[in-house]
Design a protein. Sequence first.
Lengths: 237, 237
Amino acid sequence: METQTTMARQPEHAASTDAIRVAVSTVIFSLQRRSGRERPTVVIPLVRRTRDPHDSRWALPGGWLGTEENLEVAASRTLGETTGLAPSFLEQLYAFGAVDRSPSRVVSIVYWALVREDVSAQPAPQNVAWFDATALPQLAFDHNQIVDYALWRLRNKVGYSRIAHGLLPELFTLAELREVYEAILSKRLDPANFRRQVDSSDTLIPTDDFRTGSHRPARLYRYNHDVELAERGPLPQ
Amino acid sequence: METQTTMARQPEHAASTDAIRVAVSTVIFSLQRRSGRERPTVVIPLVRRTRDPHDSRWALPGGWLGTEENLEVAASRTLGETTGLAPSFLEQLYAFGAVDRSPSRVVSIVYWALVREDVSAQPAPQNVAWFDATALPQLAFDHNQIVDYALWRLRNKVGYSRIAHGLLPELFTLAELREVYEAILSKRLDPANFRRQVDSSDTLIPTDDFRTGSHRPARLYRYNHDVELAERGPLPQ
DNA sequence: ACAAAAGTGTTGTACGTACACCCATGA
DNA sequence: TCATGGGTGTACGTACAACACTTTTGT
């Protein structure tokens, strides 16, 4: 039979794969506030391309997978090269491999990450700029679709995990945490109910410090690192 | 600066990727009942390898990604070669790319699929056998971990989507549908509450036929194809 | 008539939402 | 003292689990 002969051919001979290359890219989410106390915006860093195809278009940070490099390591590497710091969250998003997504055949393993708010305030390297994630220009390749999908995952995950903490610095007020949720979900949340929800979930440790501002001081909280930002299931590593 | 030069190198020159090959594999779930009216078991088909590495071990169906072949097409192809039929559900699971998962460097894009119960009752091709998904032997490569992850996704998704319908034939009783949930989740469900839950969700169309057996006949239902088995988000295609 | 599955009704608890209300501070 | 955000109390509605109960068949 033809069938099982074909199937038994697992990874030991490389028939006609010569032209397929593997890249790793990362959608990196962070927060920015225009002026000091404004509501935050979800932003992502993009890299301006300096060659064809799509010369001078903005693209996701990424690069070729190294022969001796694990996928997640490659994602961390490009992430570090772009933001200069380590992410508070990093997860595989999807593998994009449509034949026509690039002139040559490229399969892109895309990751998505969160970096804390203070990080994206650092000066960005040349050719790197931060954009409002909901108002992007036309990007290179299929990167607009990729960002849309990453945003969808972010919004989803915010609903059933504590992932939003990954965008905040060590200490934060409940209002600041709520504003993160509001920025991601694009809707206002009831402060009273929000408070009860989060502090009935054992993820916050109250401190004795307060953020003093224009009104009644707000208590500062710290994230309880005993609970994971998000359950990842039985994935290796 | 070194940084942006590195990052701007997107997919136009193929430095040191020669040794990385791309495979596509699929975890295929179906149901089997030992005798006619027994409780169903979740089963998956495996292929016995006939070469090194891992000669004679069981492995997931899969093969090399064709140069002109989209990822999902490759998954469908290997799925058809194994089961002989089309899946009722097919979704990307994860990209596995650890350096040490195979003697040579292989990145496997893994899909998972559901095929209806009646399909897996057909005689399997030579070298293909169906196994209880919760009691597998030691498989080739990292395939045990992959199946564990696929099972986790299946159990998760069963909680928030109508995916279980994808394992049943066109017509089924509520008890049969409930048994699918019970087999996947490994726990018993209250028949009364289960009934209300599913038929308040607009996914079932009652027919005028009944399944007659040893007791009171049960109404047969049909799946309402207007509602998707599972929401996939803004993914391309 | 009886066993067993099909199918209905009822109740309690948990949780999210809406919103009224008090508290503490800067200006 | 007033405006405003911080923080508490309470009431309502929906969703789900538990379980008692009725219906309908085969034997």
